[in-house]
Structure formats: structure tokens, C-alpha cells
Design a protein around this ligand. Structure first.
Ligand code: GAL
Length: 422
């Protein structure tokens, strides 16, 4: 396609684009000032895949033990995960002994973590990775282990002493009166230790049943925050997470930005429940949502295809884009959802999901002028498809229409670059 000459009004268009980006929400909201999570955190978290398996007699390879985390640490380095950006190896619930020690400190279960968390942290650090841990703002964790209520300072200091790098702070067994106070208190307590600890909250998720959370405040205290129910290994779960996010996008999208992110929960790619196309959808949409990427899978047994998807550098580049803006659903029509996300250098990411769960691949056409708030392809753009396979789609003009074929429950992920910027 031939490009029109557009040199004379270049300045105006740049100005227009700048204004569009400013008016469409730059988070003026202050982030937690700990210098962390300037792009969404990436790593591995045990929960979805390994849940609360305590039975190391019967299932030594999948119980929650230091062996599991050491094996994952080894693989994160040897199999390219660390190089792809997955650096936080995170423990979820069920690591603790049932009681605190005589000084009131949390302790790891001595059978399953014989070396304790400090030694595990040393091991993880020796691999160039970081260690995450889990605790709860209330009286007990969701699985009934000791909660941090009444022990916030001691627990923050214990995690710092162990050289932990991230805390996932859950919200079970806490009344509403204390939940907000507890989340804030723990943030300050972590800061007071002087150690850089990413603070991952579930604060809004626990508040939504009662009232609309105050995201301005949440962003000031947390590096990421879960809004919605736990993900599980199914399309229904991934789809309901997307549905919740799009229905609430006006309330949450503008609060994401460097230092603080909405967290739609773990990536379940590489497990049992998602078809290939559904795995593509999860990877593409988590990038559009500027989500933290915590895989929960078994790195010892993962297909080459799932591994390549999770390590796709073009998709990870979108997720980590330095503009740091979360995308949103632009439209839903005829069982196709179109999502888009502004990127640095005036580029845009666009995802088209075919949500129809019957039939085969379907074609969908959209005027390029309707993408990227009307400026993504003005006057022309280069479109590259990143998923399900990488290919050049071509150069399009503002007046063109873009036609894609999308598999049922699958997604086509595109990168759109305005040609004058290339
Ligand atoms: C849930 C939380 C999950 C997991 C689990 C552990 O509340 O949302 O992600 O951490 O507790 O018990």
C-alpha cells in the first residue's frame, strides 16, 4: 500500500497523540514509593498448580517443600525462564509450621523446609533469582496456618531477616474493620525494615463484596493487588477474569502504572485445563492488562509449545512496555472482543478474541481508524501479528479495514506501529 505524504502536519498529529494519551488517563496517582515493580513483576508462584499439598511421604515431588522450590530455581535458570524475565520464585500458603516459635516468630514447617526460609533464600539468591513468601493480614491464612494479625512488625522483620524479596499478603480470617488498617500497616512495616520487598496485596478482592475499594489509597501502599476470585485451570476461570476486568475497567485501569498494577492472578499456561488457543488468549490478554506474570505450572514437565509461549519475547515486551499503561476492552460485537493497549513510541497492542465456543475459525473485520483512539494508524501503520504465530500482516492506511481469522476461544495479538515512527 502506498503512503500519503504527511510531512506538513506532523507536529499537529504528534500533539494530538500526546493529548489523547494525556486525556485518556495518565495515572496521576502516587504509587507505593519503594522503587519496585516499575514494570509488572514476573516469576513463579506455587498455588494454582501445587495448592496445599502437605503429603511429602506419598507425593515427594509435589508437596510444598524446599525441594520443590530448589528444583524450580534450578530450572528457572537452566531453561531460560530467568533470562526471559521470570525472576521471582514465590511460595504461597502452607509453608508454615502450625505454631509460631517461642519469640512469636513465624517458622517454616521443619519437616518440609528443614533448612528454613533463610537457607532457601540464600540458594535462590545464589541463582540470581528472588524469593517471595506468603502471609495473611488476619488471624489465620486461608488454609489455617498462623495469621499476621497482631504480629505485623515481627513478621515484616522476620521476612527481612530471611532476605525475602516479595510478600503476598492474603486477606482471609480478617474482619472488614481491620483489613484496610492491616494492609496499610504491613506496607509501612515492610518499609521500616529497610529491605526492598515487593508488596503483593489482595486488599480490593476482599472489599468488593462490601464496597468499592479506594484504589488511590491501594496504589499508595501496594505494588500489585488482586481484584477478583482465584484463577483455576479452566477456560471458564480465565474468561470470567477477563469479563470481570472489562466490566470494571473504568474503575481500575487508570490506577495501573509503574510501581503499582492490577493483578488478574496467575498464568496457568502449561497445565491441563486450557486448550492451545486458550493458552494463547491468556498470554495475550495478560500482556494487554499489564499484569504481573506469575506462572503456576510444573517447570519439570512443560511442553515445548507452552514454554515458547510463556517465553515469547515480543509478548513480554508488550507486557513490560515502559509507558506502563494498562489496556482495556474497546468493543464486543458478534462474539468478538477487541482489546487494546497504548505502548511507548506511539505503538499499540491489539487483541481480538473469538469468544464463541462453537464452530471453527471465524473472520472478523474492523476499520483501522477505530483502533488506538483513532490515532494508532494515522495516516498509516505497520501491523505485525505476534500470536498465535509471528508474521508480518502489512502496511495499512487509516481508511483500510483489517480482517483477521480467529479460532474459537483463541486470540490474535497484533502490534501496530505508526509508520512515521519506524
Ligand atoms: C486465596 C488466594 C490464593 C491463595 C490461597 C492460599 O485466598 O486468593 O491466591 O493464595 O488463598 O490459601
Amino acid at each position: 500500500m502506498k503512503l500519503r505524504s504527511r510531512a506538513p502536519n506532523l507536529g499537529c498529529r504528534f500533539m494530538l497523540r500526546f493529548l489523547v494519551l494525556v486525556l485518556c488517563g495518565v495515572p496521576g496517582v502516587r504509587a507505593l514509593d519503594n522503587g519496585l515493580a516499575m514494570t509488572p513483576t514476573m516469576g513463579w508462584l506455587h498455588w494454582e498448580r501445587f495448592v496445599c499439598n502437605l503429603d511429602c511421604q506419598e507425593e515427594p515431588d509435589s508437596c510444598i517443600s524446599e525441594q520443590l522450590f530448589m528444583q524450580m530455581a534450578d530450572l528457572m535458570v537452566s531453561d531460560g525462564w530467568k533470562d526471559s524475565g521470570y525472576t521471582y520464585l514465590c511460595i504461597d500458603d502452607c509453608w508454615m509450621a502450625p505454631e509460631r516459635d517461642s519469640k512469636g516468630r513465624l517458622q517454616a514447617d521443619p519437616q518440609r523446609f528443614p533448612g528454613g526460609i533463610r537457607r532457601l533464600a540464600n540458594y535462590v539468591h545464589s541463582k540470581g533469582l528472588k524469593l517471595g513468601i506468603y502471609a495473611d493480614v488476619g488471624n489465620k491464612t486461608c488454609e489455617g496456618f498462623p495469621g499476621s494479625f497482631g504480629y505485623y512488625d515481627i513478621d515484616a522483620q522476620t521476612f527481612a531477616d530471611w532476605e525475602v524479596d516479595l510478600l503476598k499478603f492474603d486477606g482471609c480470617f480478617c474482619d472488614m474493620e481491620h483489613l484496610v488498617y492491616g494492609y496499610k500497616y504491613m506496607s509501612l512495616a515492610l518499609n521500616r525494615t529497610g529491605r526492598s520487598i515487593v508488596y503483593s496485596c489482595e486488599w480490593p478482592f476482599y472489599l468488593w463484596p462490601y464496597y468499592k475499594p479506594n484504589y488511590t489509597e491501594i496504589r499508595q501502599y501496594c505494588n500489585h493487588w488482586r481484584n477478583f476470585a482465584d484463577i483455576s485451570d479452566s477456560w471458564q476461570s480465565v474468561k470470567s477474569t477477563l469479563d470481570w476486568t472489562s466490566s470494571n475497567q473504568d474503575k481500575i485501569v487508570d490506577f495501573a502504572g509503574p510501581g503499582g498494577w492490577n493483578d488478574p492472578d496467575m498464568l496457568v499456561i502449561g497445565n491441563f485445563g486450557l486448550s492451545w488457543d486458550q493458552q494463547v488468549t491468556q498470554m495475550a490478554l495478560w500482556a494487554i492488562m499489564a499484569a504481573p506474570l506469575f506462572m503456576s505450572n510444573d517447570l519439570r514437565h512443560i511442553s515445548p509449545q507452552a514454554k515458547a509461549l510463556l517465553q515469547d519475547k515480543d509478548v513480554i515486551a508488550i507486557k513490560k512496555d515502559v509507558l506502563g499503561k494498562q489496556g482495556y476492552r474497546l468493543r464486543k460485537e458478534d462474539n468478538v472482543e477487541v482489546w487494546e493497549r497504548p505502548l511507548s513510541n506511539l505503538a499499540w497492542a491489539v487483541a481480538m478474541i473469538n469468544v464463541l465456543e462453537i464452530g471453527g475459525p471465524r473472520s472478523y473485520s474492523i476499520p483501522v481508524a477505530s483502533l488506538g483512539r483513532g490515532v494508532a494508524c494515522n495516516p498509516a501503520c505497520l501491523i505485525t501479528q505476534l500470536l498465535p504465530v509471528k508474521r508480518k500482516v502489512g502496511v495499512y492506511q487509516w481508511t483500510s479495514s483489517l480482517k483477521m481469522r480467529i479460532n474459537p476461544t483463541g486470540t490474535v495479538l497484533l502490534r501496530i506501529e505508526e509508520t512515521s515512527y519506524l
